[in-house]
Design a protein around this ligand. Structure first.
Ligand SMILES: Cc1cc2nc3c(=O)[nH]c(=O)nc-3n(C[C@H](O)[C@H](O)[C@H](O)COP(=O)(O)OP(=O)(O)OC[C@H]3O[C@@H](n4cnc5c(N)ncnc54)[C@H](O)[C@@H]3O)c2cc1C
Length: 390
């Protein structure tokens, strides 16, 4: 069985490792010409995301993640207004990617390979790449993320829906923070919720994957509303004048937007958190979208991870969903000889999982950004893929 996986991020790589473990001939095709680098993006590290690394790749989780044992909510004066014991693991996108790619290896990981189109018959599927190459295999797994061209081709009517807000993100090395900030922000996930917004802060590995206290980064994710039209467009016009739609990476946000964001931090956040935001050198922006579809299996082609459904980040479960899709796909393919039949079975469980996550994260986002009903005791605000806490 020959498998082509398009998209070499966490979803595509996890599926690649799992399908290779079944003895298939698996190749990953990634558009980027160089190894991927999502500089600094911290992630809540849920069991589905680390399941492969822990159970099959022998990775020691303590070497690639940071553990916190409490959830803290601050008041406007930086005092603790609510605290609960809760264990989370946090990592960074780069650290998890590096571990997974180390395990998969570079031999069948093809950089600079952008899929332009594909076509299938009842026997095979052929992918056409930008450089003119064509590759034929038994199965195409499209793990090509939020802007999936496979999704656009298979479901042309599908549109992304802007949630009404973006996430301002950034991180600061612990070495640049006061001892009090490291002590308070390095041992917990810390929230501040105020009308129409919330910010969360947690420790993550540094760019070299170091997890020892003193070497880590303190990461923030701050959800802020921007109206469609002039307000959104001005925010998303980068320092070179290019209007972007999904994200603006570190180093590309305009100086004036960084200055407005920092002024907004001083005006709205407790000092403990505004001090952190002010110290961020290259903040970046990710727009929060919903994408909903009703089909993930199309004969010999399937969509996984953000290439299928995109849910808001409030469950910290995007990479977990992508990895869980890989596990379900591998289980179905192991059980059924026919690829289309296996994909139908995979789709049944994974559509339900993704739609459930999408509904839940829409509700959670509405509570903080629009309804102002966020309550720290609400179980729904706990991270989790299948449900809060799991
Ligand atoms: C603000 C914010 C916070 C988040 N926090 C968390 C969190 O705490 N925990 C968590 O688990 N998730 C989090 N996420 C979500 C997470 O980042 C995504 O869900 C996850 O990266 C999806 O993985 P993926 O592999 O499906 O797609 P992606 O990571 O988007 O990867 C898609 C890949 O496909 C490649 N590609 C695209 N088109 C082509 C093509 N035509 N040919 C070849 N390659 C192509 C791209 O270059 C890319 O490498 C967050 C997201 C946001 C916006």
């Amino acid at each position: 069985m020959k498998v082509s996986i398009v998209g070499g991020s966490l979803g595509g790589l996890t599926a690649a490792c799992l399908l290779r473990d079944l003895g298939y001939d698996v190749s990953v095709y990634e558009r980027s010409a160089v190894r991927l680098e999502q500089r600094g993006a911290g992630i809540g590290f849920l069991p589905a995301t680390y399941r492969y690394l822990q159970s099959r790749a022998g990775v020691d989780l303590t070497k690639i993640s940071v553990a916190t044992s409490k959830i803290v909510y601050l008041d406007a004066d930086s005092n603790v207004r609510y605290e609960a014991a809760h264990n989370y693991l946090f990592s960074s996108w780069n650290t998890v990617y590096a571990s997974t790619l180390d395990h998969f290896g570079m031999q069948e990981y093809h950089l600079g390979s952008e899929m332009m189109d594909f076509s299938q018959t009842s026997e095979s599927v052929t992918v056409n790449f930008k450089d003119g190459r064509n590759v034929t295999s038994d199965l195409l797994v499209a793990a090509d993320g939020i802007g999936s061209s496979a999704r656009s081709k298979l479901i042309p009517s599908c549109k992304s829906e802007y949630s009404g807000y973006v996430a301002w993100r950034g991180m600061v090395p612990e070495s640049q923070l006061s001892a009090e900030m490291v002590e308070r922000l390095g041992s917990a996930i810390t929230y501040f919720v105020y009308p129409h917004s919330h910010i969360l802060v947690y420790p993550i590995p540094d760019h070299d994957g170091r997890v020892t206290p003193g070497n880590r980064l303190i990461n923030f994710v701050w959800y802020c509303n921007y109206a469609v039209g002039e307000e959104f467009n001005s925010l998303m016009t980068d320092k070179n004048g290019t209007l972007r739609d999904v994200s603006i990476p570190p180093g590309y946000v305009s100086e004036s937007n960084i200055a407005s964001m920092k002024a907004m931090a001083v005006a709205n956040l407790p000092k403990l958190l505004s001090d952190l935001v002010l110290k961020t050198v290259e903040p970046f922006i990710q727009v929060v979208y919903d994408i909903d579809i009703d089909q993930m299996a199309f004969g010999r082609v399937c969509l996984i991870g953000d290439g299928a459904i995109v849910a808001r980040p409030h469950a910290a479960a995007g990479t977990a969903k992508a990895a869980a899709d890989g596990w379900a796909l591998a289980e179905a393919l192991e059980k059924y000889d026919s690829v289309p039949e296996a994909l139908e079975v995979f789709q049944r469980s994974q559509l339900a999982l993704a739609k459930n996550l999408l509904d839940r994260t829409r509700r959670v986002g509405a509570k903080s950004q629009f309804l102002n009903t966020w309550d720290p005791r609400d179980p729904e605000v706990i991270f989790g893929l299948h449900k809060p806490g799991e």
